[in-house]
Ligand binder design. Structure first.
Ligand code: T4K
Length: 374
């Protein structure tokens, strides 16, 4: 921990080095080097290499699904795009949440589907099944809820909607790796393995799906839809995970319990520090503590704390997810339709959390937040 207390009347703690909202977990370099030796010996860098296949099998075992029920990609966004496409969403309407990263809806737009925005539940901050149900029409092909921050969506509510209306339920589970209780739900789920996530493969994305029949389609789509030396069956793209990514993923997967445990310790520390604090609410719903969000009473307080942390404390918290998706031009058709999401977006702040952030640093960050929010 590198901190220096400011003297005088300012009770704020300024960190010497910037504290970012997240840092990637980096395994011991020697372990990565050993894996590289294998890659060098194979002289195989991408296109369904041996480490990719090993990572695929290791993930199936970790998630408790069969190897036919998953597919790996070079990032989460392309995994979503190809997953939506393989599920037949092109040209249809898809009900989803505006309280998410842009990729959830960008991937829909890129295949020619129309996102229809429904409001979120104020407690979980995930899409509300009740709000979604009101927007179902004969043009609706799917519902895409997001397990935002690693908070569980109302999976039973969405399952009922899927069965009642015959629409697909596809979870954007980008934040939810490590929450294995959520794995059985939905027709498909996407996990992001970006380095800002608690588990990563440098970049990467994973789809798990119920219908084994779509696996080959996804394998083809991620490889230009080249099905064999003489067949190109669709307009696929290049979304293949390479061997160096698979190596990073394999090593990080061995550390997953450790990674989850440290996140939990950070969460417990924030929770303790913020308990009884009248100027903010620490949100405790995350099942893997992928993010540590706090909610302020109003926009002005959130902005004061966000700026104050940066300028006075050298702490770079982030306003995930502000501005709300519907304030961006491609999604302006949803503007004003989701008041709960708009309100939360204007008051939310996500605090630093990552492997290696010390609990003493967490305490200092929390103290700064409390002080700035007064
Ligand atoms: N669906 C949802 C719900 C998502 O949240 C995301 C991604 C996706 C889909 C798409 O999955 P991917 O295609 O990304 O696999 C970041 C991430 O780039 C993005 O993956 C993530 N969600 C989103 C919530 O956050 P930015 O624009 O905030 O990233 P950036 O570059 O500002 O980095 C955040 C912090 O991390 C900075 O303080 C710097 C630090 N950092 C970052 C990287 C990459 C490091 O210290 N080292 C690093 O290597 O989007």
């Amino acid at each position: 921990m590198v901190q220096c207390e400011l003297i005088g009347v300012n009770p704020m703690i300024r960190f010497e080095k910037p504290i970012l909202v997240t840092r990637p977990y980096l395994p011991p370099l020697d372990e990565f080097k050993r894996g590289c030796e294998e890659i060098w010996a194979n002289r195989w860098l991408t296109n369904n290499g041996p480490l990719l296949q090993r990572f695929h099998h290791a993930l199936a075992a970790y998630l408790g699904v069969e190897v036919e029920n998953l597919a790996l990609f070079n990032n989460g966004t392309l995994a979503l795009e190809l997953g939506y496409y393989a599920m037949g969403l092109a040209g249809g309407e898809v009900i989803t949440t505006p309280f998410t990263f842009v990729a959830t809806s960008h991937a829909l737009k890129r295949i020619g589907a129309t996102p229809v925005f429904a409001d979120i539940d104020p407690e979980t901050m995930c899409l509300s099944p009740k709000a979604a149900e009101k927007l179902i029409t004969p043009r609706t092909k799917a519902i895409v809820p997001v397990h935002v921050y690693g908070n569980a969506c109302d999976v039973n509510g969405f399952q009922r909607l899927g069965e009642k209306y015959g629409v697909k339920i596809i979870y954007d589970a980008a934040h939810a790796f490590g929450v294995n209780s959520l794995v059985p739900y939905g027709d498909m789920s996407m996990y992001s393995f970006h380095p800002t996530k608690l588990f990563h493969s440098c970049e990467g994305g994973l789809l798990i799906f119920k219908d084994k029949a779509i696996q080959q389609r996804l394998f083809d789509l991620r490889n230009f839809s080249i099905h064999s030396e003489t067949e190109c069956v669709d307009i696929g793209t290049n979304a293949k995970m390479n061997e160096l990514q698979a190596l990073m993923g394999l090593i990080c997967l061995e550390k997953i319990s450790e990674l989850l445990e440290w996140r939990n310790k950070i969460h417990e520390t924030y929770k303790l520090m913020f308990s009884g604090c009248p100027s903010l609410r620490y949100l405790e719903n995350s099942m893997n503590h992928a993010y540590c969000p706090i909610l302020f009473k109003d926009f002005a307080t959130r902005e004061r704390v966000y700026q104050g942390l940066k300028e006075q404390c050298n702490v770079f918290a982030r306003r995930y997810f502000y501005p709300l998706l519907t304030s961006f031009a491609p999604y302006s058709h949803g503007r004003g339709l989701c008041p709960i999401a708009e309100d939360i977006s204007s008051r939310i702040l996500t605090l630093p959390t990552y492997h290696g952030l010390t609990l003493m640093d967490v305490e200092s960050i929390a103290r700064n937040v409390i002080e700035l929010s007064k």
